[in-house]
Write a protein that binds this ligand. Structure first.
Ligand code: SF4
Length: 159
């Protein structure tokens, strides 16, 4: 059981609001990877519930990082090291990456692979949306990304 209060609150909320949320699939993929409306809705929830951001990680975003550092009683420098790309809710298994690319576009010669690489996309298991590796949120949990599935089909960060 996670100890982060934001994580616990979100997990409880998911059960209360929609017990099956995140378990829905389209063509064997999480629904948010295939339906942009669901993805945007879930991303909005992550922004509202856990300050998912910043909008453009390439900008200084000084206020955002100062607030994050203050929240965790840390420094801006340290806050900037806790990103989606190393969060244990950030899923980048081959199956999920294939789902994300398929959801962006599966017509011949599409650019989905380039888009995924440029944004370092993965799937946020906690909020159920495609998230960008350079962003973060208050529910960040060390230990990610998850890149492989174990023999039971569960996601794992072990190679
Ligand atoms: S991957 Fe982690 S840090 Fe990123 S939005 Fe999801 S819970 Fe937050």
């Amino acid at each position: 059981m996670p100890s982060n209060p934001v994580v616990i609150a979100v997990l409880k909320a998911k059960k209360m609001v929609a017990p099956e949320m995140g378990d829905e699939v389209i063509n064997g993929c999480p629904v948010a990877t295939q339906d942009i409306r669901v993805n945007l809705n879930n991303r909005y929830k992550a922004v509202q519930a856990a300050n998912y951001g910043p909008l453009n990680p390439e900008l200084p975003n000084t206020k955002y990082w100062e607030a994050k550092a203050k929240q965790f009683k840390s420094t801006v420098e340290e806050a900037k090291t806790a990103l989606c790309s190393n969060c244990s809710f950030f899923i980048q298994t081959p199956d999920i990456m294939a789902c994300i690319e398929k959801g962006i576009g599966d017509e011949p010669d599409n650019y989905s692979e380039d888009v995924v690489k440029a944004a370092n996309l993965g799937y946020c298991e906690l909020f159920d949306f495609k998230c960008a590796g350079d962003r973060t949120c208050d529910a960040w949990l060390m230990g990610g990304p998850i890149t492989t599935e174990d023999e039971n089909g569960d996601d794992s960060d072990e190679e």
